[in-house]
Every structure is written in structure tokens, then in C-alpha cells.
Design a protein around this ligand. Sequence first.
Ligand code: COA
Length: 703
Amino acid sequence: MASLVQFSREGTVGVLCIDNPPVNALSPETIAALSAAFAEFEAAPELVALAVYCAGRTFVAGGDISSFERPDFSAKPYNALLARIEACTRPVVAALHGTVLGGGLELAMACHYRVAHPATRLGLPEVNLGLIPGSLGTQRLPRLVGASLALNMMLNGTMVNVAQAESSGLVDAVSELSPKDAAISAAAAHADSTREIRRASKLPAPTPGPDFFVAAAAEASKHAAYPARQAIVRTLKAAVELPFSEGEQVEAAEFDALRNSAESLALRHLFFAERETTKVPGASKLASQRRITRVAVVGIGDRCQTVVTSLLKASVPTTLVAPDGVSLQRELEQVRNALLTGCSKDDARFSKIEKMMSNLRGSVSLADVGDCELLVEAIHESIDLKQEMCSRLGEAAQDGAIVATASVFADIDVLARASGRPQDFVGLHFVHLQGKGKLLEVVRGANTNPETLAAVLRLASGLGRTPIVAGNSYGFIIYRMMDVYLREVDALLVEGATPSQIDGVVEGFGFPVGPCRMLDLIGLDVEAKAVCARRASGLFPADSSYRVVVQRLASLENLGQKTGRGYYRYRGREHADSVSLNSLLEQVAGEFGIQRRSEIPEEEISERLLYSVVNEGARILEEGAAYRSSDIDVAWMVGVGFPDYRGGPMFMAEQRGLSHVIDRLKQYGASRGDEHGYWTPAPLLESLATQGRRFKDWQFSVA
Ligand code: COA
């Protein structure tokens, strides 16, 4: 195995190269190798300066995040090494390129001089992982760039570019040379210079104005669920008010506490989980060669427009095929209107939208889709019509092209067979809920080729969407899990909870919007239609009270915000509990013999909503309808707004203990009755809990 850090000589300059692909993250082994290489330089007094650079695409992009989980993790060896580097009496120069982040920037700041490639970006993004910089970044950065920029970089996790870094004193020079050449030539120049060596820890601390920390603490407290933000302010205050060595101790204590915090564990879990989502078991390297350069979308209506606008926003040439000239004109107009939403003619975005529209070609004939590598049917939800369309698309498509359906509920395998190319068939569900980002469920049929999936996942990333691979089960991942969540919402309402109580619990947990407000926003007609579609599919539980409230509200034309009445009643955007809903709930309770309670504990609301979701997630996993539990976590975080500092439903369940979740499910089964199996723990949950294993120990095996 190649050495993680190489030490060499270039004339009288020592050269130290860190080489730990892909991003030169600092694992304990890399730190040990760095320390050993630096010792070689220390032991060679004939060398006049040291040049430090990294191989590959970037300078060190941070500490190895996975190493924070290791029981033997300690920041001390690295901090001691940085102190040795800074104390060196011969100039040490770092040449920076790529993304110089976290422990990488801390290394750069411990060096005496920094030269950067013009495209370099620098930052201390630990806050995004629920952490603070742990290797004196909180102490050296403010001494180098001042309190204000240091606060901004650490609190928001934002990177600065080279111009900002140079003007603030974070880098000393800019060079277009290769990192190696830049490092060596700058080190040689500094060795010859008579300038005194500059050590960041010895620079005077900044002296911000009297209100600086009051304002900083107020800013940090805006997001109380992220304790790292307040810790950043405290460590910055230590940098300003205390000697460097005491500031170091403050930082170490804060870092250690945060490293083991629930929030940081959750955010670190999601960091890797998000990167896992694009990995397709069984996909070969060939996958990377398959490109989607033009897409055809066939259909009309909202879903069709969503697909087309997503493609155009990402500058993907698109052919929109409508059934006739009139509907084509209408669709083109609606796509333009959707892109133009909130944009006036003199707005700078206007010309960009014109450019996006120039990527759109309209047609009324499938003869025009032969040059597309992906063909998406987005016609109305009718399985017969969809089968016919998929068959026609399969015939019209070029060899090797992928056919997809944008259906939310159709059986993917039925459509895949109809297309005549089941190996090149997928479902694409553009999720529109209240999540943090934009989710795309990519649905895998029984015969979908891994390379097909990989190509679509790459396109999804290009569209700025987080892709999640789902299996072909009803509602895929998100709607299937949402269904049990919303089932409990209706059940709790009938039993005596109010919409504001339920939303209060859910929003208190950290979701941006509770389920009742969410459904009122989406429209209860849309939701009731989905419930009816599921009933028609024959997959409805044999439970006549199942999600009855949403159906009754829809049948009364109480459709949510748009009609001024739904789960709430509205005056403008203001909402209040609705008396008529209460009468409806009493009536439903009477009809189904359900005992209403005057008080439902918040814990029960929270557990019934969330543990039902976990249980369904476990069923999805055991069926192989998701590759990994972390995909489900990402789907809920990105798609539905599950708070990232809780890591997603499956991660949360593990943190609370799978046995605890099982106990609570069984308890609700005992108190509520379990006629329909709602509270029966999924076998996977039971087996993992019994064996003391985690979800990630369970791997879906690709047939
Ligand atoms: N520790 C461990 N692994 C890391 C890492 C880190 N600090 N930073 C990146 N990686 C890994 C990723 O997990 C990914 O691995 P994979 O290919 O096996 O999935 C790989 O490096 C590439 O990362 P990715 O994010 O896919 O590449 P990118 O080019 O889009 O972005 C970065 C590169 C460095 C900007 C981005 O990875 C990042 O922001 N990393 C975290 C930086 C950070 O927080 N540093 C401080 C840590 S305390």
C-alpha cells in the first residue's frame, strides 16, 4: 500500500506530500504518518524550509469523519503535531488547492505561510456536522482573519474563495502552479527571506466591539436545536479574551462534548448516508459511461410539468410530447409560467428562463423521441393507458434508451413488461412535500439493470435532486411510510386529539410543518384521491375506519387552505381549530364505536406517528424495497422534513433502542387492538433487536 504521507527533498527544501484519496481526510493513520514525515524534516537541519502539499483533487478536506466514532479517537495527537509544525524555526509553507476544510485548514493555519491556487475554497464547516473545529481552528482563525469573518465562517459553515482569503490574511499568495511546484517555490522563497516567521497563535487576538458577542449569541440561538452554534460563540469568545493555551482547553472541552452529542451523531450519520444513496449494488464501472443527454417527457398536467421544469432548470435538452397541438401549446405555456413564477420581465432571471426554454422542443408525435436516451411517460394515472404508452415508448426509443414512468402508484413491473425493455425501465417519483431538499425516488423493477439505475441516479444528482432507490411496492418508500403516519393522524383525531395538538407535537419534534397543516396545504382532494386509488388497488387494509377523516373532509368539499376549511378553518393564512371538524370526529367515533378521550399524551402522539413509520421502514427493508436503512433516513430528511439533527426515523429508532420501539408497538397493540397488524413489529425489527444488531448489519442482497 502506498504511504499516506511521503517525505522527500528538493535541493535544500523538504517536501511533504499527503496522499490519502479521495479527499486526503485525516484518519489517525494519516496523522501518524504526517507526524513521522515531519519528524524526518525535524531530523534534517540541513534543509532550510518545508513545503507541504497534497496529491489528488484537493488539499486535506477535513478530519476523517468516520474516525470520530472510534473509541480511541482523540484530537490530542493532531493538535500536538500542529503545535510542533507551528513552533518549527524553519519556514513551513502549505500550498492549497481544492477544498481546504476543517482539519485541512487547521493544518494550513499552523503552517507559517499559505499559497493557494486561484480556484481554492477554504472553510471550517464542522457546524454542519454538529461540531466545532477541534484542532485550534477556533483560536487561530480569528487571530488571522478577525472575529467577524471567523464567526461567519464557523457559524454558517461557509467557504471563502481565494480573493476573500487573500484580502483577509488567510492566504499569503496566489499561484497557478501545481500544488507541488507552488509549495516548493514558496518554501524556497521564504527560506531566503529575512522576514520573521509568522505564527498564527502568536498574533494578537482580535478586539471586536462591545456588542459583538451579544449579537453573535443571538444569531447562534436562532437554531437552538444545534448546540454547536452556541459552542462556536463561546470558543470564539475564549479566543478573544483568553491566552491561546487557555482557549485551547475551552475548545477541547466543547469539541469533546459535541462529538458525543446526539445531534452530531445524527448529522454525521446523514453525511455518509447522503453519499451512499447514489451507490447501486451490482453496478459496474461501465455505469459511468452511460450518459443521458436528451430526455423526452410524454404527457400533460402537473406531474408532466414538474418533470419538464426540473430538466430545464438543469439545462437538460428536453422534448415534450403532448397528444395534440392544442394541449401541446397549453403545456408549453404552463411550463414557461411555472419557470416564470415570481419573476418579472426586468428581473435578471427572465433571460435565464428564456435560455432554459430554448432547450425545450415540443412535439405531438412519438416519432420525435428517437434521439432521447430517457423517455418518461407522465400521462394520467390509468394503468391501461400507461401500459399502452409504455409499449409505444419502448417501440419508439433507440436501442439502449431508458423508459420511465412518473407514476406514483403504478406497478412498475407491469409497465416495464409493457415497454418491452424491462432491464431499461424505472419509475421516477418527483417528491413534493415539505422536506429540506428535493427528493427523487427512482423505482427499480424486478429486472431493472443496475447500470440503468446508475445512469438515472447520476441524472438525478445533475437535476439537484437527492435520489433514493426504491423497490416496486405500493407507494414506494415515501408514500408508503407517509400512509401509516397519516393513518395514525386520523386515528388520533378520532380518539380525541386536535389538529393543533398533533401539529404542535410534530413541529416540536423538529418537522417544519405538522401533518394536518401539510395536508391542508397539499389539498385534501389530492390526498383523498390517493387513498381511493389505494383502495381500488386492493391493497387497502380491511379496516373501514382507515384514513376515514381525510375522505370525509374531501367529500364535504373541505379541501384545506384552498376552500378555507379542512383540518383547520382558515381566515386568509391564519388557521384555527375547526368546530365542524370536531363534530365530524365525534360522528366518526360514534359510527366506529371508538371511545374518545379528553386528553391524549404528547408522548403517545409522537410514538404512534413515528414508531409506525419505523415499523413500516423495517418492512420495506426486509422486502428489499430499499437498499439500506440510511436511504430511508435521507428520504425522510430530504423529502419530508424529518429534522436532520435526529438523523432520520431509522437512525432515531436505533438511538432510542429497537427493543424500546418494539415494546411501545406491542403496548399500543395491546391497548388499541391489533386486528389489522398495525402494531405487530416487523420481523426484521424483532430479529435485529434480539441479536443486538443494527440496521446497517442487515444488507439487502441483489438477486
Ligand atoms: N471524512 C471522511 N470521508 C470524507 C470526508 C471526510 N471529512 N470528506 C469527504 N469524504 C468522502 C465522502 O464520504 C466520499 O466518499 P465515497 O466516495 O466513498 O462516498 C468521498 O470522500 C468524496 O466526497 P463527496 O462529498 O462525494 O465529494 P465532493 O467532491 O462532492 O465534495 C467535499 C468534496 C470535501 C467538499 C465534501 O466531501 C465535504 O464537504 N466533506 C466534508 C468536509 C468537512 O466537513 N470537513 C470537516 C470535517 S470535521
